[in-house]
Design a protein. Structure first.
Length: 78
C-alpha cells in the first residue's frame, strides 16, 4: 500500500446496518487504486458514512523493487 485517504462523513451507532462498496480503477503499469464507500441504511434512504482510497503498488520482495501488475491480477480486478 503506497497511500491511504479516509474521509468520515457521518456517525454510526451499534446495530445500524452498514453497506460496503468497493471499486478498483486507475490501473497503471505498477499499481492501481481501490475506492471504498460505507453507507448506513435507514428506513427512507442510504446515508454516506465513509469514503476511502488506497493506492496499491506491486512489489517484488526478492529483488526489493516495484514490479508490474501481473496480467492475471488485472483480469480478475477489471
Amino acid at each position: 500500500m503506497s497511500d491511504v485517504a479516509i474521509e468520515f462523513k457521518s456517525e454510526v451507532f451499534y446495530g445500524e446496518k452498514i453497506i460496503a462498496s468497493v471499486a478498483i480503477s486507475e490501473f497503471s503499469k505498477f499499481g492501481f487504486e481501490v475506492f471504498y464507500k460505507l453507507e448506513k441504511e435507514n428506513t427512507e434512504k442510504r446515508i454516506l458514512v465513509v469514503t476511502a482510497k488506497t493506492g496499491m503498488v506491486c512489489y517484488n520482495y526478492v529483488t526489493k523493487k516495484i514490479a508490474s501488475v501481473p496480467e492475471e491480477v488485472i483480469k480478475r480486478l477489471k
